[in-house]
Write a protein that binds this ligand. Structure first.
Ligand code: NAP
Length: 246
């Protein structure tokens, strides 16, 4: 990926950080987007610089179009172009359906689904001109099989799957590949709130017998960002130790 530029949203922590470091290791210049935790984003930047890649940090809310435009502009001004976009930024606001209020539904839809739409819309113009580009969306197995207490999150992640397929059909002839990964349970801040008992129950249900690591997801994203996957588009790859078999 030498000479390529990748934007990774929500790359300060967790899966986004692992993706940024993995793409930097492959030689890409990386644009590390975050929302509130600047120190974490700078730590990701240091890790990427150690790999010998170019790395810059940009704050921005992916649910705001102005911010998306600024993130992409920063990437182009710093590295000249954008070749890879990883729509990773995501949040949860869990609650049982009867008690889920509109704000929590909207917040999850805005960051996960609208953010994916806005960032994709912003980068594709340039990718279409070059007739080349790779977009990887981070969905979830929850978007495939649902999960109690996560109606908002499941809807957003299922939406990302539909969006990925529609966008892939629109963009395939323009040389832009758009795929998604659907992680299972990955050890990050997002899943850290699980009790030991819940983690034990989940682990027992995973055929591979362990929770996933951010690096497990990063490897699949790197494959979808590289030329080895040039003939793959509109696909959803579960990275979940076999938890969800379609
Ligand atoms: P995480 O550790 O909570 O990190 C989330 C990242 O997203 C942070 O860097 C955060 O920025 C950023 N972010 C949140 N809202 C944002 C916004 N509006 N604009 C820009 N950035 C924003 O989460 P994770 O577990 O790594 O999850 C990454 C992705 O994988 C998410 O889409 C998540 O839904 C998905 N996923 C995770 C799991 C899992 O088990 N962990 C499973 C399936 C799917 P700050 O650091 O600045 O707060």
């Amino acid at each position: 990926m030498k000479g390529k530029t990748a934007i990774i949203t929500g790359a300060g922590r967790g899966i986004g950080r692992a993706v940024a470091v993995r793409l930097a290791k492959a030689g890409a210049n990386v644009v590390i987007n975050y929302l509130g935790n600047e120190n974490a984003a700078k730590e990701t930047q240091d890790l990427c610089l150690k790999e010998g890649a170019g790395a810059t940090v940009v704050r921005g809310d992916v649910s705001c179009e102005e911010d998306c435009i600024r993130i992409v502009k920063t990437a182009v001004e710093t590295f000249g172009t954008v070749d890879i976009l990883v729509n990773n930024a995501g949040i949860t606001r869990d609650g049982l359906l009867l008690r889920m209020d509109e704000k929590d539904f909207e917040a999850v839809m805005d960051t996960n689904l609208k953010g994916t739409f806005l960032m994709t819309k912003t980068v594709i113009r340039d990718m279409m001109k070059k007739r080349r580009g790779k977009i990887i969306n981070v969905s979830s197995i929850v978007g495939i099989q649902g999960n109690p207490g996560q109606a908002n999150y499941a809807a957003a992640k299922a939406g990302i799957i539909g969006f990925t397929k529609a966008a892939a059909r629109e963009m395939a002839a323009k040389g832009i590949n758009i795929n998604a990964v659907a992680p299972g349970f990955i050890e990050t801040d997002m899943t850290a709130a699980m009790t030991d008992k819940a983690a034990e129950t989940v682990t027992a249900a995973i055929p591979s017998g362990r929770l996933g690591k951010p690096e497990d997801v990063a490897e699949t994203v790197a494959f979808l960002a590289g030329k080895e996957s040039d003939y793959i588009t509109g696909q959803i790859i579960c990275v979940d130790g076999g938890l969800c078999m379609k």
